[in-house]
Design a protein around this ligand. Sequence first.
Ligand SMILES: *[C@@H]1O[C@H](CO)[C@@H](O)[C@H](O)[C@H]1NC(C)=O
Ligand SMILES: *[C@@H]1O[C@H](CO)[C@@H](O)[C@H](O)[C@H]1NC(C)=O
Ligand SMILES: *[C@@H]1O[C@H](CO)[C@@H](O)[C@H](O)[C@H]1NC(C)=O
Ligand SMILES: *[C@@H]1O[C@H](CO)[C@@H](O)[C@H](O)[C@H]1NC(C)=O
Ligand SMILES: *[C@@H]1O[C@H](CO)[C@@H](O)[C@H](O)[C@H]1NC(C)=O
Ligand SMILES: *[C@@H]1O[C@H](CO)[C@@H](O)[C@H](O)[C@H]1NC(C)=O
Ligand SMILES: *[C@@H]1O[C@H](CO)[C@@H](O)[C@H](O)[C@H]1NC(C)=O
Ligand SMILES: *[C@@H]1O[C@H](CO)[C@@H](O)[C@H](O)[C@H]1NC(C)=O
Ligand SMILES: *[C@@H]1O[C@H](CO)[C@@H](O)[C@H](O)[C@H]1NC(C)=O
Ligand SMILES: *[C@@H]1O[C@H](CO)[C@@H](O)[C@H](O)[C@H]1NC(C)=O
Ligand SMILES: *[C@@H]1O[C@H](CO)[C@@H](O)[C@H](O)[C@H]1NC(C)=O
Length: 413
Amino acid sequence: MSKCLLIFLTFTCGMLYFTSVTLPNYSGNYMNHSNASFTNQLLPTYQMESTHFFPHLPIQIYTANRQKFLQLKNPRKQIILLANSFFGDPQWEIPSLKNRTNSGNMSEIFCAFLNNHCEITNDMDRFHEADAVVYHAVDMINRSDEKLRTRRQSQRFVFALWESPKHYHEYDAYDKFFNWSMTYRLDSHIVTPYYTQYGYRSKDYKIPIEEKFDSQPKHVLFKNINPTQKLGTAAALISNCDVTINKRLEIIKDLEKYIDVTIYGRCGQPCPNSTAHDRNACRAYLAERYYFLLAFENSVCEDYVTEKLFATLLLPIVPVVYGGANYTRYVPESAFIDTRKFPSAKELSQRLIQIRNNITLYQEYFRWKENIIWDGFTNFFTPFCDLCLRLHLDNTSNIIGNINRWWTKDQCT
Ligand SMILES: *[C@@H]1O[C@H](CO)[C@@H](O)[C@H](O)[C@H]1NC(C)=O
Ligand SMILES: *[C@@H]1O[C@H](CO)[C@@H](O)[C@H](O)[C@H]1NC(C)=O
Ligand SMILES: *[C@@H]1O[C@H](CO)[C@@H](O)[C@H](O)[C@H]1NC(C)=O
Ligand SMILES: *[C@@H]1O[C@H](CO)[C@@H](O)[C@H](O)[C@H]1NC(C)=O
Ligand SMILES: *[C@@H]1O[C@H](CO)[C@@H](O)[C@H](O)[C@H]1NC(C)=O
Ligand SMILES: *[C@@H]1O[C@H](CO)[C@@H](O)[C@H](O)[C@H]1NC(C)=O
Ligand SMILES: *[C@@H]1O[C@H](CO)[C@@H](O)[C@H](O)[C@H]1NC(C)=O
Ligand SMILES: *[C@@H]1O[C@H](CO)[C@@H](O)[C@H](O)[C@H]1NC(C)=O
Ligand SMILES: *[C@@H]1O[C@H](CO)[C@@H](O)[C@H](O)[C@H]1NC(C)=O
Ligand SMILES: *[C@@H]1O[C@H](CO)[C@@H](O)[C@H](O)[C@H]1NC(C)=O
Ligand SMILES: *[C@@H]1O[C@H](CO)[C@@H](O)[C@H](O)[C@H]1NC(C)=O
């Protein structure tokens, strides 16, 4: 089980059908804002596009109405109630919620363009007003709270979770409790992918959010790195040494027969002192010294791809991934090496050696970045923008019959 340290824009985290539910089809219905003008005051018009593009955007909603203009017509602010805590924090890291009777505005969760459309609160006294009642499924949910008995039909109870089902899966008691899911899974009502931390977009995508951002690429292009400084072939940063969780360490052991692999973190060498408490700093240290970073997920589950990959993409090192996601849904195939594409550690090692020994080939793994900008406009909680939009746009009712089944069945290997 993992504990997250969440600070706006700097995120270090060791973490993380059958039902009566009709979940929206995942078909790449990404919002295309390019023909909409956005101001804080004006109601935006959204164009739904069935085409999708790299990189996927953090703001995405799913509706059956493809290629249709949608408008936020409802003048009433939708109220989002954070009904329990986030890893013990009743404030969910949102500054103004420190005082429970205050409400937060959407700029605080990086959705300034929705300031007039939603309000966020953690005040349970406002339960009856709330349009969405969000529960972080890791923290305690007080089912005996009297207020729940007078739940309104129109309220959406939201199951919010960033962890994989390998960690938390006791949701048997929640049949017909939730209306919407909000997880990293692409078939969730609101998708909370880990890349919301590491906002990247194609160069021609216009940011709808009135936030300060730097449009210069923050990542390192290959021309800025010097592979001759690299000391070793591969490194891994691992804090959970439990071999029973998955085959991660087993694969590394096999790779070690053919190439040098250095493990850092709790299961290996400590990260150097100055980076010991900052995984991103440690990753940056490794990126200078190795050709490949083994971005192996601790859970091999559908769609589960974490900052292990997304944080690595910012650095002058090539990620070697292992996990249950279809990675090409998140980044171009030329950005990473997928362990599962190789029949054995031997073949994978041979490929890594080939790439390591050929600068031109190594360089090709960074070329996709020429069209991508990282700008830091995003945040771990950006999916709340989607929640707000959905409260305005989706008036259909939905009951998640068996959340436990949806969450766990056939998800992990
Ligand atoms: C999902 O997509 C499939 C194939 O395109 C289609 O047959 C099905 O009706 C869709 N379901 C919903 C709920 O839209
Ligand atoms: C977004 O929509 C505009 C206008 O319809 C279109 O020209 C553009 O190609 C679309 N962009 C993407 C990335 O789909
Ligand atoms: C963009 O929006 C304007 C105003 O709604 C419309 O006239 C124009 O045709 C749109 N352009 C595209 C490419 O959809
Ligand atoms: C919380 O905010 C309310 C309304 O703004 C104010 O009346 C109250 O004094 C504040 N409480 C604290 C402890 O700051
Ligand atoms: C939103 O909240 C922040 C923090 O409380 C505040 O600084 C900002 O002025 C507010 N913005 C709007 C538009 O209300
Ligand atoms: C749950 O809610 C009930 C009723 O509001 C309250 O009495 C009880 O203290 C709450 N339990 C916890 C653990 O917060
Ligand atoms: C790291 O810190 C420890 C304890 O403070 C110290 O003993 C050690 O020498 C330091 N290592 C380096 C490489 O600075
Ligand atoms: C993975 O995703 C890509 C891009 O969305 C798609 O073309 C491909 O068919 C998917 N592969 C699998 C095995 O689902
Ligand atoms: C190095 O890789 C490039 C790009 O794939 C290839 O064209 C070239 O032949 C390779 N060089 C050697 C010596 O294998
Ligand atoms: C949802 O909104 C649409 C368009 O405003 C309306 O036609 C439909 O009846 C509404 N459905 C429900 C269940 O309220
Ligand atoms: C939400 O779920 C509850 C409990 O199953 C149900 O009574 C209610 O009608 C649902 N509301 C909406 C808007 O889907």
